[in-house]
Ligand binder design. Structure first.
Ligand SMILES: *Cc1c(COP(=O)(O)O)cnc(C)c1O
Length: 244
């Protein structure tokens, strides 16, 4: 570590610390506005491109959940995360043939958008005798070439996935389209919240609508206002990414 303790590195840690506390304060404020408490909102840090020692520094500040979006990167950093104090999730698009590499390593897979993917997660989980929590990713903006299930196909996915033995549906996730302004993105968040409540109200067997995961660096406060109870923040915490 010693060679890392350059002024630049120390500045980086200070920035992460300041951002961490700024975000947690903003979360608390946004939660209170909707009659909730800070603890009702799960703060997950999106850690793509971030070095494990920086991630672990954020964990030392109190961060409890991290999410990677690529299998290869997750595996390459896996041994270095401080997973005694933090929980690791998969938040990015997942190919069926890579499922076996991460089942048992992640506590939740947020990006389930097909029966086939759900089936494979259940199958691989059964092999190692675990149950994997999943969120259904919704393509709320109906964007072509974007992952996520379309709203009209959710019922079928819920029905089939809820009957699989080694997965548990814990809620919904979305990445809304890039919007030029806040009111536009809020419409997508509001639609997601309605969907989340509609599904909760159906009280389906083996379906728990515990998490509504939406909101990133530029819009997590709006997402909370619209009813999100999990946000995924990357660049606002760790600084701008050079790529991706
Ligand atoms: C990168 C990423 C985020 C966070 O994005 P930021 O804009 O950096 O906060 C959230 N969700 C997913 C799935 C991501 O890949």
């Amino acid at each position: 570590m010693t060679e890392n303790l350059s002024a630049e590195y120390l500045k980086k840690l200070d920035d992460v610390k300041a951002s961490y506390f700024e975000i947690t304060e903003n979360i608390a404020r946004a939660a209170e506005k909707t009659g909730r408490k800070a603890d009702d909102i799960t703060f997950l840090a999106a850690t793509k491109t971030v070095e494990p020692d920086i991630i672990n520094y954020a964990i030392s500040l109190g961060l409890k959940k991290i999410g990677e979006n690529k299998v290869q990167e997750l595996l390459s950093k896996y041994d270095e995360y401080d997973l005694e104090h933090c929980d690791l999730q998969m938040i990015g698009h997942l190919q069926t043939n890579k499922v076996k590499q991460i089942v048992g390593k992640v506590s939740m897979i947020q990006s389930v958008d097909s029966v086939k993917l759900a089936q494979e997660i259940s199958k691989q989980s059964a092999k190692i005798n675990v149950t994997t929590d999943i969120l259904l990713e919704v393509n709320i903006g109906r964007e072509e070439n974007k992952s996520g299930v379309l709203v009209e196909n959710i019922d079928e996915l819920l029905e089939k996935a809820s009957k699989m033995d080694n997965i548990k549906i814990r809620g919904l996730m979305c990445i809304p389209p890039i919007c030029a302004n806040k009111p536009d993105v809020c419409k997508f968040f509001d639609n997601m919240y309605k969907l989340f409540i509609d599904i909760s109200d159906k009280k389906l067997d083996n379906v728990c609508m515990d998490y509504l995961s939406m909101g990133m660096s530029d819009d997590y406060q709006e997402a909370i206002s619209s009813g999100a109870n999990m946000i995924r923040v990357g660049s606002r915490l760790f600084g701008a990414r050079i790529y991706r």
